[in-house]
Each structure stands twice: as structure tokens, then as C-alpha cells.
Design a protein around this ligand. Structure first.
Ligand SMILES: [Zn+2]
Length: 301
């Protein structure tokens, strides 16, 4: 039985998000903004500031717009957007490079908060206007809703589902692909966006077939991971090999091939003779690979 059991990096924010009637009560929100122990995570043009291995928290002094993340044991916690870096919009709060650095430095329990702040601030930066009529929208419910004053449309923060699949041929070999943009020797599980009108199972089968020519049979959900760069939720699956010979079929996938258990273990243990590199430990792809190989994932690195 393959089941992912170790904590997933970028989860575990542990806040009371107050996603009930409290957020819809302006008086309650005003009381949170005026709370003497209210704190904020500030996103400025350089990104998110760290304080050692934690996100830096500063006293909240009523800055607008007030994005209420939720409540922890010390009181309300806000995200404040001090603005994106200069350049063409929309600028994401964190790119993958910054993510890699933050993932290496942050305490594991901080990853969920980082993902929450990044996803929410990124969405507000990229969605200032109504998708229906183009009017400027207004933040409400402490930042978990934007409403259009012109046409009354409601816009909720987006989360875009992405399926990521480790195709396995029993315990002997796994199918991995290589994107042209990745570091040399890096191979990983196959991934793609879920399309409109498609189930997760259909998306898994389609993406694997499109990227590798492989037909899969039974599949099992393993784990999920927020990937807010800018707005994805990674949904991890194991899928059983059924038929076909792997060959790269999509432009961005330059190679796709089977790797043996010995190959994978050598890569996990960073043996000099390993024929590939596997993804870093903070990525759900690595979690799937480690789970298949029977290796417990270590702390995010
Ligand atoms: Zn509108």
C-alpha cells in the first residue's frame, strides 16, 4: 500500500482562518484590525522578509488593504502588500528561485504560512478588476473575497488544480520525465493542469498519455501540496502502468524514461554514480518518489 504519511512542505499554517460568519461581520473585522497584538507579514518589492528561520512578523498598524490571514494563539495575523517589484505586471510575490531559497531556510512549520501569504497576495495583485465587466473591485471579508460595485459579481481567490503523477510498474521501475528548463540531469513525475469539465482521474490519464505515450490503469490519490506560484494546488497520484513505450511527445518534455529502483535509490542518496537527479525534498514529486522507494522524506531542503 502506497500512502504518503510525512508532513508535506508548504502545509501546516495552523491558523484559525475565520472563514465563517466572523469574516462577514464588519464590526468583528474592525476589532481584529484594532487588536493590540495584531501582527502582519509584509510582502514588499523584494519579497517576504525572514527573521532567522521564520517569516518576519511586524506589529499591524492598520495598513490597507488589510488581508486577514486568521487568528493564532497570540491574536490576529494579517498580510500587508507593500507593493510588487518594478517591471511589467503581474509580478508574483515569489518565484521558484526565491521559493528554493526560502524552503531551505524556513522552519518546516512556517511553510504553510508562506504558501498562504504568497497565494493570497499574488491573487490580489493579479485580480484588481472584475472579470465580468472590467470595473475595479473592492476587497471584502478580510481579503477572501472581491466584489464588483458595478455588476455585483463576487470573485474568490483562485486555486488551480494540477495533477502530478508517478507512473509505477510495480515495485521495479517508475516513469519520469525531463523538462527542457530544469537543471541538468533532473527527472521528475509528470504534471499538468486539470482542464475544464475533467475529473482528476481523466486528467491523470490524459496528461501521462500526452507527455509520454504511456497508458495507465488503476490510480491512487497520494497527497496534495499548495504551490502558490502563483495559484496551484498540486494533487499527487500513483498510477499503474498498463501499456505503451515511453517517448517524449510534448515540446517542453525533452525526455521520458523508466528508472529502476536501484537508479532511484542512488539518486535519493546522491550517489556520484546516480544516472539522474530527483527533485528537492520540498516538492511533492520528491514525496511521491520517496514514498514509492520506501524512503521517508526528510525535512524540507
Ligand atoms: Zn463587474
Amino acid at each position: 500500500m502506497l500512502s504518503a504519511v510525512t508532513p508535506m512542505p508548504f502545509t501546516g499554517a495552523g491558523l484559525d482562518r475565520a472563514t465563517d460568519d466572523r469574516r462577514r461581520d464588519p464590526d468583528w473585522l474592525a476589532a481584529q484590525r484594532a487588536h493590540p497584538r495584531a501582527r502582519a507579514v509584509v510582502a514588499d518589492p523584494s519579497g517576504l522578509a525572514l527573521d532567522g528561520d521564520r517569516l518576519k512578523l511586524t506589529p499591524y498598524r492598520g495598513e490597507e488593504p488589510a488581508l486577514l490571514l486568521g487568528l493564532d494563539a497570540d491574536g490576529p495575523l494579517f498580510a500587508v502588500d507593500a507593493g510588487p517589484p518594478p517591471g511589467p505586471p503581474p509580478a508574483a510575490i515569489l518565484g521558484v528561485d526565491a521559493l528554493r531559497e526560502a524552503g531551505a531556510r524556513l522552519a518546516p512549520a512556517e511553510g504553510g504560512l508562506l504558501a498562504y501569504v504568497a497565494a493570497l497576495v499574488n491573487w490580489h495583485r493579479r485580480h484588481p478588476r472584475c472579470a465580468c465587466c472590467g470595473a475595479a473591485t473592492t476587497i471584502t471579508e478580510g481579503g477572501l473575497l472581491r466584489i464588483c460595485p458595478a455588476c455585483d459579481a463576487e470573485h474568490h481567490p483562485r486555486t488551480d488544480p494540477v495533477v502530478i503523477t508517478l507512473v509505477i510498474d510495480g515495485t521495479e521501475r517508475v516513469l519520469l520525465g525531463r523538462n527542457v528548463r530544469w537543471p541538468a540531469r533532473r527527472y521528475s513525475a509528470l504534471a499538468g493542469f486539470v482542464e475544464p469539465g475533467e475529473s482528476l482521474e481523466e486528467a491523470v490519464a490524459r496528461e501521462v498519455a500526452e507527455e509520454s505515450g504511456i497508458e495507465v490503469g488503476a490510480m491512487r490519490y497520494a497527497a496534495s501540496q499548495p504551490w502558490p506560484f502563483p495559484a496551484s494546488l498540486m494533487l499527487g497520484f500513483f498510477a499503474d502502468y498498463r501499456a505503451g513505450e515511453p517517448r517524449p511527445l510534448e515540446g517542453e518534455i525533452e525526455d521520458v524514461r523508466w528508472y529502476s529502483r536501484a537508479d532511484i535509490l542512488a539518486a535519493i542518496h546522491e550517489d556520484p554514480g546516480a544516472p539522474l537527479d530527483v527533485p528537492p525534498r520540498f516538492a511533492i514529486a520528491r514525496h511521491l518518489i520517496d514514498t514509492w522507494a520506501g524512503v521517508t522524506a526528510g525535512p524540507a531542503a
